[in-house]
Design a protein around this ligand. Sequence first.
Ligand SMILES: C[S@@+](CC[C@H](N)C(=O)[O-])C[C@H]1O[C@@H](n2cnc3c(N)ncnc32)[C@H](O)[C@@H]1O
Length: 253
Amino acid sequence: MNRTMLTDEAIKRWDKHAEFFTANYTELGDKARIVYLNPTILPLMEDVKGKNVLDAGCGEGYLSRMLAERGANVTAVDYSKKMLEIAKTRTDNNTNITYHYGNCEDLHFLKDNQFDLIISNMVIQDLQDYQAAIQEMFRLLKEGGQFIFSILHTCFITPNSGWVRNEDGEKLFWKVEKYFYEGAYEQNFPADADDKVVYYHRTLSSYVKAIRKAGFTLMDMEEPKPTEDVLKKYPELKEDFNCADFIIFICEK
Ligand SMILES: C[S@@+](CC[C@H](N)C(=O)[O-])C[C@H]1O[C@@H](n2cnc3c(N)ncnc32)[C@H](O)[C@@H]1O
């Protein structure tokens, strides 16, 4: 498949799975967002009142709505028409969010240097041309603005990674394979069904190089882990918690 075909196919699958993917979302997102992502990214975006914020790959828009509630002027972009449809039905008309249909690799309809902050929550690993997307975010940010993005942890979530189990199905250890493979791979979605989504794997150094090449300074990285309080609420996570599922990059223009 060529580049456009791969992106088209990936988006076709997002459209197809949009209802299922967002069915368990609350106003705070799904469990992964509540447990891992929100506690790490929200404190990084506390002071957004009056700021122009881009939610790049907004999905059903929970983060856009949280940011708008905190007083941000939110521009939200997604390349799945179905996701945008769901986002709009979940968003009050008076909320300060403008939704756009667009590919994060080329957001030509948005002007240079217009955002104070860009968040892209679990999207960049879904993009064929992640380098183009990171460059786009640099173009769109004001000088001094931050680009924060989270992805599946590239060191632990790789093609063919997963639990190795004994004959009784008990988890033995988490297996990582094909770390140095770079490109598209399919992942069962939901995990126990035949349907698949398209993800892209790249090494950690490739991400860091792309960030630097775009012109950003990499200010920090986070590897979210659940707090003791969260683990009390979701005790089943204790068993799964042996490596980081997510990594977050904090970049500055
Ligand atoms: C894992 S979901 C995350 C959605 C949202 N940020 C959240 O945290 O709930 C990934 C989203 O990226 C969108 N997406 C995939 N490829 C895209 C692209 N090239 N441009 C813009 N959005 C894209 C999908 O449609 C989907 O809504």
